[in-house]
Ligand binder design. Structure first.
Ligand code: NAP
Ligand code: ZN
Ligand code: ZN
Length: 347
């Protein structure tokens, strides 16, 4: 066992606070990573505040982990000390069920083991990346190119793969015209990855203040949803929409922006149910779908793609002591576009 320091939520209503706990002893297939940076995903907030139910405390959130390998078990093949490495939302799965066999470990029937708020094979509660180090089976550790800025790579481990996976599944490419609904951490990655795949990208936002940034991030057009004129011009215009909104919002007008046979993929996980009218779906034979992060092989593919296309997150680096303030700011829609915690500040 090794002593680990981090920040934990002790209840749904109290601020995160310093917390010490034990990580399992390094097993033969395990990699120990000193965490350099961890992104703050809105799922961390939903989880820490128990907005989805099922929260177990104390909870150390964080599943956008990037750092350096400090120790490897005797049977580890993929990593050596000093390598850059990443950990996303998953740290284990059964490896036998059909989804696992297909490299879709996020849908493990086991079920899979999530990076925090889960119980590992070792019987210990899993604890996430707002901490000094983590011990993970090498099969669930991703390779990060040496020399990349880890503070900007960390968010790819969730925001990157969650947007890359459905864009690939729906074959977004050069002839696609896509909408990115909600320009936050996930949304800004969807813009960058959509552009790297060759698509024409429309940002569909509730915030007028994001117009300049949307263009700077590479979007071709910015549509303020409150501008009825601009929004109505979008009717029947898009092949695909990725919906990253973290709260209750209007799905039906977004569905109406799709062409015949277009698809809207929901990745945003509003704690409150969304209302869907039959007609915008029926009339254009449209599809409403969902998507959950991505499996391990696709996560590595995404990291390699982002390295090749020079896609990185836009981050505001913060000290761990400012994590509660960052949560408040994200809940007030005041993040451009991801907070990345510098874990050196734990010391
Ligand atoms: P975020 O950075 O906070 O961004 C969410 C965006 O949603 C905001 O920037 C805002 O965009 C829009 N929004 C927020 N509150 C709103 C409201 N009340 N009404 C309308 N629009 C609102 O969050 P994130 O980290 O990108 O995460 C987004 C969602 O995806 C969360 O629910 C998270 O749990 C979920 N998620 C899902 C997966 C998955 O695998 N499916 C993975 C990671 C995260 P505009 O101002 O531009 O409208
Ligand atoms: Zn996440
Ligand atoms: Zn499985």
């Amino acid at each position: 066992m090794s002593q680990c320091h981090g920040y934990a939520a002790k209840s749904a209503t109290t601020p995160l606070e310093p917390f010490s706990f034990e990580r399992r002893a390094l097993g033969p297939k395990d990699v120990q990573i000193e965490i350099a940076y961890c992104g703050i995903c809105h799922s961390d907030i939903h989880s820490a505040r128990n907005e989805w139910g099922a929260a177990v405390y104390p909870m150390v959130p964080g599943h956008e982990i990037a750092g350096r390998v400090t120790r490897v078990g005797k049977d580890v093949k993929k990593f050596k000390e000093g390598d850059f490495a990443g950990v996303g939302c998953l740290v284990d799965s059964c490896r036998k069920c059909e989804p696992c066999q297909k490299g879709l470990e996020q849908f493990c029937a086991g079920p899979g083991t999530f990076t925090y708020n889960s119980v590992g094979r070792d019987g210990l509660a899993t604890q996430g990346g707002y901490s000094s180090h983590i011990v993970v089976d090498e099969n669930f550790v991703l390779k990060i190119g040496k020399g990349l800025p880890l503070e900007r790579v960390a968010p790819l481990l969730c925001a990157g793969i969650t947007t890359y996976s459905p864009l690939k599944r729906f074959k977004v490419g050069k002839n696609s015209r896509i909408g990115v609904l909600g320009l936050g951490g996930l949304g800004h990655m969807a813009v960058k990855i959509g552009k790297a795949l060759g698509a024409e990208v429309f940002v569909l936002s509730h915030s007028a203040s994001k117009k300049e940034a949307a263009k700077r991030l590479g979007a071709d057009e910015f549509v303020l949803l409150a501008d009825v004129n601009a929004a109505s011009k979008m009717a029947g215009h898009l092949n695909f929409i990725i919906d990253t909104v973290s709260a209750k919002h209007d799905l039906n007008s977004a569905l109406g922006m799709l062409k015949l046979d277009g698809a809207l993929v929901l990745v945003g996980a509003s704690p409150v149910p969304l209302e869907v009218s039959a007609f915008p779906l029926i009339m254009g034979r449209r599809t409403l779908a969902g998507s959950l992060i991505g499996g391990l092989p696709e996560t590595q593919e995404m990291l390699d793609f982002c390295e090749q296309h020079k896609v990185l997150a836009d981050v505001e680096v913060i000290k761990i002591q400012d994590v509660n303030r960052a949560y408040e700011r994200m809940m007030n829609n005041d993040v451009r576009y991801r907070f990345s915690i510098d874990l050196k500040t734990l010391a």
